[in-house]
Design a binder for this molecule. Sequence first.
Ligand SMILES: NC(=O)C1=CN([C@@H]2O[C@H](COP(=O)(O)OP(=O)(O)OC[C@H]3O[C@@H](n4cnc5c(N)ncnc54)[C@H](OP(=O)(O)O)[C@@H]3O)[C@@H](O)[C@H]2O)C=CC1
Ligand SMILES: O=C(CO)[C@H](O)[C@H](O)COP(=O)(O)O
Length: 486
Amino acid sequence: MSSADRKAQIGVTGLAVMGRNLARNFARNGYTVAVHNRTYGRTRELVEQFGGEGDFVPAASSEEFVAALERPRRVLVMVKAGAPTDAVIEEFAALLEPGDVIIDGGNAHFEDTRRREAALRERGLHFVGAGVSGGEEGALHGPSIMPGGPPESYESLGPMLERIAARAPDGTPCTAHVGPDGAGHFVKMVHNGIEYADMQLIAEAYQLLRDVAGYSPAEIADIFGRWNEGRLESYLIEITAEVLRHTDAATGRPFVDVVADRAEQKGTGRWTVQTALGLGTPVPGIAEAVFARSLSGHAELRAAAAALPGPQTRDGGGRMAPDEAAAFAERVERSLYASKIISYAQGWDMMRAGSEEYGWHLDLSATAAIWRAGCIIRAGFLDRIRGAFTNDPWLPSLLADPAFAKELGEAQQAWRDVVAAAAAGGVPAPGMAGALAYYDALRSDRLPAALLQGQRDFFGAHTYQRTDREGTFHTLWAEDRSEVRA
Ligand SMILES: NC(=O)C1=CN([C@@H]2O[C@H](COP(=O)(O)OP(=O)(O)OC[C@H]3O[C@@H](n4cnc5c(N)ncnc54)[C@H](OP(=O)(O)O)[C@@H]3O)[C@@H](O)[C@H]2O)C=CC1
Ligand SMILES: O=C(CO)[C@H](O)[C@H](O)COP(=O)(O)O
């Protein structure tokens, strides 16, 4: 049969690392896949290099691509987020018919997805904003996929996504219909926010082990390797050990010592924090991680502050004795674990708030379930979060789950010691310190917010509520300081 006669069950347009590997994943799973890219070279390369893996229908034009698809047509767009995605959606929407499905698997902002979904719905097209996580390798071997959009589109698309998605240890596919319009991209955005927080906490643990305990990168790699066999087991801990063990071929030095210490970001972490601010949900763990990346890139600020005095280091900052270092590493593990619980709790708070704001009815247990494998934050830990929200879908916070609460209680003294050691040693640990402050703030009987309310009332007559009576009050600060009802 010529390629003109073959009909594909799915088409992928945008064949850079993610699109190419998702197309290969579909083909390896027995689907006929139409492939298209703005620049035809990528399409040709894919078919030349990987054509033997399955059934691809290469298309040189968008018309040829659409003609190669069976009805209803399913077009997966994997191009740069933002204006390119709008341009590609418009290009294909003009060629599609009512009932056809456009899936955006890029890292779109969920508000853009809501706008696109509404506009395409008007034209009779189904639009599925699908978060995809797992990077290049995940796309090929099984990513975690978070599709939103109209539930009816999942009826035909869902089984295909379930075939190519990662499998959790219990065998269930790491994909599920997340909710309407922008829900899939919202959840993917929060995933990335949690990813930022996780990475920052791991980076802080590394620096504490290095600068306070005096371990070398290779020794820290071994410590992370051991942690990866315990409750911190996760893809991010595993790759951290790999990165720390790696030696730069050109210099023979640890790789981590030759990489410029300026962390970059494409924007999903920042979107998470901006959205959380709008929702009024505190996510300081994610915010600290975004700011830490931003601070690392401010060369001028860093140069201006480089000569400021730091603390007097213990014995001139040498290595701790082996027993002392091992005990410190144990406390860092506890601090990392406790801080991790806090940042995941904040991510789930945000999903609940987003769900309420947009009427998505997100299943908080299902979200944890589809992150157990395939995605960047995959870990056994996610199964415990799934369990917590399965036991109690109305859990007000992950911190209220009895098992997590118990672990936080057990870790808290070590956590305090580590944050204190970081401060004493001049090691920046905003993630761990912020997580501890969040923990202490939430469990506080009284917060200094009462004083803030007094200040606001003093300078702006902004009023306050009392603990002992209903109502809104104002004190006549500039007069006789008597209290009036506002
Ligand atoms: N890389 C990753 O690990 C992950 C990426 N994502 C998201 O997946 C999407 C694809 O990512 P990735 O594979 O890295 O590719 P890139 O984000 O680097 O995008 C490159 C692709 O976009 C196409 N493109 C760019 N501008 C246009 C345009 N104006 N019109 C048509 N096509 C255009 C390119 O075509 P051409 O070849 O002609 O230049 C190429 O196919 C992005 O939205 C990204 O955010 C999601 C999860 C992980
Ligand atoms: O989506 C992803 C994984 O889930 C990407 O890897 C993520 O966008 C990387 O983000 P950044 O470049 O901001 O670190």
